[in-house]
Structure formats: C-alpha cells, structure tokens
Design a binder for this molecule. Structure first.
Ligand code: UD1
Length: 391
C-alpha cells in the first residue's frame, strides 16, 4: 500500500500526526513478522508493502502556523512542500492542484489521504481522484448546512468523490447516507484530533509548564477564559467583529480573556480600528502544546474553531461557540459546547449561563485515542495481498 498523506493548514497537522504514528507502528509490526499465516488452517502467507509520503501544501507557512506544529507533534519533515501560500480561494486551490498533480504522477500512490475541510483538502481530493487514485477522507460527513462557509463546500465536494469516508460522529454517518453514499464506504472510526489531544496531554503532564512564554500570565491571572477567533464570517465584517469585541470587552471586566490571535484577525482588527480592552490579553498564535496548557485550565473557551469545540468536549471544558451553526452537533448534544451566534447580547447570555452552571457533558463514542489505528487497519485490510505458501 503506497499512500500520500496531505496536510496544508494548521488544523490539518493535528490530524495527520496520529495517522503517521499508527502507520509507523503498523509497519513495525509487519516487519516483526505479523504478516505470517494468520492461523494453523490458513496456509496463505500475507504479503505487505507499506510506504507513505507526506505532502505539505504550504497553505499555512508562518512559523507559528506551521513549523511549530511539525516540531511539537512529532511529524516528520514533509517529503514534498508545495509552497501554495495565501491568495483568493481560486488562486490557493489552483496552486495546490497544479503542484499536487505532479506529486501524484511521480508517486502513483494507491490511496491519497486528506483530512478536514480546508482548501488544500478540496484541491488534493479533486486532483487525486481525476488521476484515478483512491481517496480517503478523514473527518467525513460533517455538515453545517451553511453554504456561505468555504469549508462546507470543501466537505461536500471531497465526500462526493471519496472512496473511504472516515466519520468522527454519528451525524456524519447520517448525513452521508442521506446524500446517497453507499454504506460500505462509510466507516465510523472516531476522531484522530482526539488521538492527538490525548497523546499531547500526556506529554504536557510530564513537562514543566514554566518553559512557556505565557506561564507568568497564567499564574498571574489564576482564572481566565481562552479565546480563538478567525472565521471570515466573524472577522471580515466590521459590524460583526465590533459587536463580538463589545461582548469580549464586557466579559473581560469580570473574567480576563487570553487571546492568541490568528493573522487574519489581527489584520482585520487593525484595519477596522477596533479596540479591545486591557482585560483581553492578545498574544501571537501559539503552538499546540502551549495552547493546550492554557485552555485546559480555563474556566471556559470561546471559539469559532471546529477543532476546539471537539477538544473542549473531550476534556470537559465548557465552550461557547461564536457561530450561528456547527457541523459538530455531538459537542452540543453530548459535550460541553453551547452555540451562541455572534450577537453581543447572545454571547453575554451564554457567558452568564456558563458562569452560573457550567455544562458537564460526556465524551462521545470512539473518541478514545485509537482512531488512527482503526483507519490504518481498514485501509490495510484492502491492500493485503495473499499468496499461497504451497505454490
Ligand atoms: C484556513 C481554513 C479554515 C481553518 C483555518 C485555520 C480554508 C478555506 N480555511 O483559514 O478552515 O479553520 O485555516 O487557521 O482553507 N496567513 C498568514 N500566515 C499563514 C497563513 C495565513 O499570515 O501562515 C494570513 C494571510 O494573510 C492569509 C490569511 O491569514 O491571507 C488567511 O489564511 P488562509 O489560509 O487563506 O485562511 P485561514 O483564515 O487561515
């Protein structure tokens, strides 16, 4: 089985790290003779040939948005760096497609694995499929129902052509079946993002937090909320961003807010000349572990990110999602998430609700740290060649 594993933007890196770990573990087992006949009555010898290449599209490129994740998440150096960079949706997608096509032609993989819902996911899916390469989509089936979100278009297009649909939550399976996908392509495996979270949490518990730049602030604040904000629907419009800022300024009078800021958001805050009060502590984007170091102990998280809605549910930290909808309903039905929308009064109402009665929640099924293993087993079962020992 020859694989291409694609990542392009920040939330992708957390998702490929556990898959690479599971692939490496699987290859080690194969080398140790796991490929021998499986039972006394089965005389056939299994033969394996497992290899993979990592492709970084370069959609995110700053040190804080990319490199730091490769280092911390123990992702090996990419075999290919496509250097796509920023641009309009069409420009970015097109640049990735042109470069990724060359990689596919050179590598001739059996399967291309794409994760999540960013432009790189869409670009590589379409490119691979048109070269008749099997496509595996990790985090398939999520739907917000909001076609103004670029991610929703990326999800729908990718799922419509994928051969393996690896689903994180029950709603994903339901959505795919409703859209007419055959049941045998859908695999409810849990969430690789949570594999990564649990792995990194263990590492964090073994290290001294004082190495983090934000440690003095964390100690000083004692209790605080953690914020991330970067969706175009929240930050690209002056009226919307101003009313979110109004809510944040009010909350921060009571509960200080720690805010690692996405480059898009910083740019828009400057451009719209929006003022955030002193209680909102702005810092550069953080690596995965430092971010976890801060939010795991926050009284609550406020976010418009997809991943944090899930990660907070996995660790039982209350979360307010500053969006009108979520493609991750399990975080509301079972988890700690509340959907606030982006109006000042609604955000404040949710804040007060959480302060009064923090949502406890439960961990959704199969968010157990073993998802990547399940994915590798499913893929490798299809690419195992049998040869008869007696022949
Ligand atoms: C992208 C994803 C979004 C994901 C987010 C996580 C799409 C459509 N969107 O949004 O789903 O939640 O990543 O961060 O794929 N920039 C830098 N340095 C970088 C990267 C970006 O300064 O390393 C700035 C550039 O000004 C760029 C802007 O951020 O124009 C937006 O970057 P882009 O990749 O287009 O989209 P994101 O908002 O990051």
């Amino acid at each position: 089985m020859r694989l291409l594993l694609v990542a392009g933007a920040r939330p992708n890196f957390m998702k490929i790290a556990p898959i690479i770990r599971a692939l490496s573990a699987w290859r080690t087992r194969l080398r140790q003779g796991f490929g021998a006949a499986s039972s006394a009555t089965d005389n056939r010898q299994r033969t394996y040939n497992l290899s993979w290449k990592i492709v970084h599209t370069g959609q995110h490129y700053d040190y804080e948005m990319s490199r730091v994740f490769f280092d911390e998440l123990e992702i090996p150096e990419p075999d290919y760096y496509l250097g796509a960079g920023s641009g309009s949706h069409a420009e970015q997608t097109a640049k990735v497609m042109v470069e990724f096509e060359k990689v596919c032609v050179e590598q001739k993989p059996d399967v291309a694995i794409v994760v999540g819902d960013v432009n790189s996911t869409l670009a590589c899916s379409v490119t691979a499929k048109k070269l008749n390469i099997n496509l595996a989509h990790v985090e398939a089936g999520l739907r917000s129902g909001d076609m103004t979100m670029p991610e929703e278009i990326n999800r729908i297009v990718t799922d419509s052509i994928a051969d393996y649909l690896f689903v994180t939550e029950k709603s994903g399976e339901d959505n795919l079946l409703k859209e007419g996908k055959p049941k045998d392509k859908i695999h409810f495996v849990g969430h690789v993002m949570i594999d990564n979270l649990l792995y990194q949490l263990q590492k964090l518990e073994q290290e001294d937090g004082s190495r983090f730049k934000s440690n003095p602030l964390k100690e000083k604040l004692d209790r605080y909320a953690f914020l991330t904000l970067h969706r175009p629907s929240n930050v690209d419009n002056k009226v919307v961003l101003s009313r979110i800022a109004g809510a944040l300024n009010e909350i921060s009078q009571e509960t200080p807010i720690v805010f690692p800021i996405h480059p898009r958001t910083r740019k828009m805050i400057d451009q719209f000349d929006i003022k955030l009060s002193k209680g909102v502590h702005i810092m550069e984007p953080l690596g995965f572990r430092e971010s976890l170091f801060l939010w795991k102990d926050a009284v609550m998280v406020m976010t418009d990110s997809g991943g944090l809605q899930e990660e907070t549910t996995a660790l039982g930290v209350p979360c307010i999602t500053i969006r009108e909808n979520t493609e991750r309903p399990i975080t509301i039905e079972m988890g700690t998430n509340i959907l606030a929308g982006n109006k000042k009064a609604d955000i404040l109402k949710c804040y007060r609700e959480i302060m009064r009665n923090p949502k406890k929640g439960e961990v959704p099924p199969l968010w157990d740290g073993k998802t990547a293993e399940r994915i590798v087993h499913i893929l490798s079962a299809d690419y195992t060649d049998f040869c008869d020992e007696r022949s």
